[in-house]
Ligand binder design. Structure first.
Ligand code: ATP
Length: 489
């Protein structure tokens, strides 16, 4: 009881269709309780009377369709806005819902009454494009959550090809997971909820089982050829999954993209890359709707390129989207890596005793990674492509580049300057056991089973220490290093 008295919280009464927005500074947390009415955070409903915790510099909003009363402890920045694009997003959701129902009817052989043919009864496969800080991830989350909440047992496939974000795993990865229950928002460390691979599966929001490929860098322009290949690999997997599950396919696909897909750069080569990568997504996931978030020029560009064969829809950007700067994004990468290894701990603000993380009753999702010492030869480590490539024009006349951007280059941990100390490595699925089916670039096509960090290298005794979420054996395994570094705080 004494605890309750110290709570520095305030009641906010929100009118229908308004939203309460907040931002948190480093090291602070926030608790929100729905006292009365209906409220949701990026499409996930809040239950009345529960304390929801937010931390790790989270920036988000609580929207209400019908009005509500909230009890909120002290955030760093807060305000209420009456102008939101939620009505547009809800209309989009309704349109997608109709597409899903028609697609499912077609699978079941039930006629779609208003339709003369079921041939175009396709579920929504949506590509969300937009510039930096336009709210793409948030739109994807809202549309996914609304689909899950529709009560039709939909489990839309959420695909993240934004390598600067990391989705369910580590930054630098691209991934896809069918979503069965609303995605919580509590920290930018896991913007799409936590995956079963890094958190207790007892929590419903952690039951996500993503398929992950490792690109290894933030910037798409660093190796667009590799990213193109990984997107196509992800698409092939999704197609296989849906070939075997036509009912599941009716839930549709929502693809979140990096802002580099939208930024028109002056250099023609990066513009080429961007078009190639958008096209890889359109082909890989059979996209039939492109949503352009608040960008007139990109909308016109997409209309011109794709307007004749799929729907291109421009949607407004929310005024609540926060401009995230470079140093914030770097801090978020660190939060993500730390959360992957150690779980999520958000300390409740003073006076709040029982709180939930994203609606789950546990506040401390503490994980204990293991630190193991292995021999240099236990793990085969590659980097994809050469670190720095001289332009072809700089090569001697008649010289050809030996290493391509797609070439797996074997790294020797014993070599000084290997760049492995504190590097984040993706552990790949096993190579094909049948030697005759192996091929040079096989490791580009293997998905990721986990991530690890090399925390020390002992060159004399040819041993290294590895931090990993679980104590598996690494003998005979293959890992790929990218450009992410573990920072021990
Ligand atoms: N309505 C809102 N109110 C408050 N914060 C919001 C709102 N919408 C989005 N945000 C926050 O703004 C930030 C940027 O949003 P989001 O990540 O969706 O944008 P993005 O376009 O995907 O970003 P990126 O530039 O990384 O591609 C996030 O921290 C998100 O939680």
């Amino acid at each position: 009881m004494e605890n309750e008295k110290k709570t520095d919280s305030r009641e906010w009464e929100l009118d229908a269709e308004t939203e309460y927005r907040f931002e948190l500074d480093p090291g602070t947390s926030l608790a929100i309780k729905l006292v009365q009415g209906q409220a949701e955070v990026f499409g996930t409903e809040l239950a009345e009377g529960k304390q929801y915790l937010f931390g790790s510099e989270c920036k988000a909003s609580v929207f209400t369709w019908q009005g509500c009363v909230l009890e909120i402890s002290h955030p760093s920045t807060e305000y209420v806005s009456e102008e939101t694009p939620m009505a547009t997003y809800a209309n989009l959701h309704i349109a997608f819902e109709q597409m899903r129902v028609r697609a499912l009817n077609a699978v079941h052989g039930s006629p779609n009454s208003d339709d003369d043919s079921d041939a175009n009864a396709e579920p929504p496969r949506v590509l969300v494009l937009g510039p930096e800080n336009s709210g793409k991830t948030t739109v994807c989350k809202i549309l996914t959550n609304y689909a899950v909440r529709a009560g039709q047992d939909w489990s839309p496939l959420l695909v993240n090809v934004d390598t600067s974000e990391g989705g369910w795993s580590c930054p630098g990865a691209i991934s896809a997971a069918p979503v069965h229950s609303p995605l919580p928002t509590c920290s930018p460390a896991n913007p799409l909820g936590s995956a079963a691979t890094s958190a207790p599966t007892a929590l419903s929001s952690n039951a996500l089982l993503p398929l992950v490929y490792w690109y290894g860098h933030t910037e798409t322009k660093r190796n667009p050829l590799l990213l193109d290949r990984l997107i196509r690999n992800l698409g092939d997997n999704v197609r296989e999954k849906y070939d075997a599950d036509p009912e599941g396919r009716a839930s549709g696909i929502i693809v979140d993209t990096p802002s580099s897909f939208a930024s028109s750069s002056s250099s023609s080569s990066s513009s080429d890359h961007r078009h190639t990568l958008i096209k890889s997504c359109v082909d890989a996931f059979g996209i039939n709707v492109i949503l352009v978030v608040g960008h007139e020029k990109l909308n016109v560009e997409m209309q011109r390129t794709y307007g004749s064969r799929l729907s291109v829809v421009k949607i407004p950007k929310s005024g609540g989207v926060v401009e995230l700067d470079h140093s914030y994004r770097e801090r978020v990468h660190n939060y993500q890596l730390r959360t992957y290894m150690y779980g999520q701990v958000i300390e409740a603000p003073p006076g709040i005793s029982s709180a939930t993380l994203g609606g789950e009753t546990m506040t401390d999702l503490v994980l204990s990674p293991s630190s193991v010492v292995i021999g240099f030869d236990d793990l085969t480590i590659y980097r994809i492509g050469e670190e720095s490539m001289a332009p072809s024009s700089a090569l001697p006349i008649g010289g050809t580049r030996i290493l391509s951007e797609m070439q797996p280059v074997l790294i020797d941990p014993a070599q000084s300057g290997s760049g492995l100390l504190n590097a984040v490595l993706a552990l790949l699925a096993p190579l094909n056991p049948n030697d005759s089916e192996r091929y040079d670039e096989e490791i580009l096509d293997l998905n990721v089973t986990g991530f690890l960090i090399i925390t020390s290298l002992d060159i004399q005794s040819r041993k290294m220490t590895i931090l990993a979420p679980n104590q598996g054996s690494f003998a005979g395994r293959t890992a790929v290093v990218g450009s992410f570094e573990w920072q021990d705080q």
